[in-house]
Design a protein around this ligand. Sequence first.
Ligand SMILES: [Zn+2]
Length: 116
Amino acid sequence: MARRWRKYQELLETRRRELIGELAARREQMAIEPGGDPMDRMRSFSQRELAVRTLNLLSAMLAEVDAALDRIREGSFGVCRACGRPIGARRLNALPWCSLCLRCQEAADRDEREAA
Ligand SMILES: [Zn+2]
């Protein structure tokens, strides 16, 4: 494996463990059954909604981290998947799981905003 990505691999693996731990904790929270009181049930319903959204977000992040670790193994890490240019070190330090360079990310964000 490419030595130069070692630092990022460690960052990603740490993040991965955190995410897995957090997912497990959230799933446990969701497993708690609401009490018989209707107010309690309503409260737990909206908490559950929030928990589901958080779970989805956490799983999406975990998928991104996994994909980045795959890219390290395949040797395509640090290369923008849209334009093929290298992703800046500063950007990789901040977001080691990103797969787009800053320019392509900005373009993608713009498209998303225009589509919305
Ligand atoms: Zn790019």
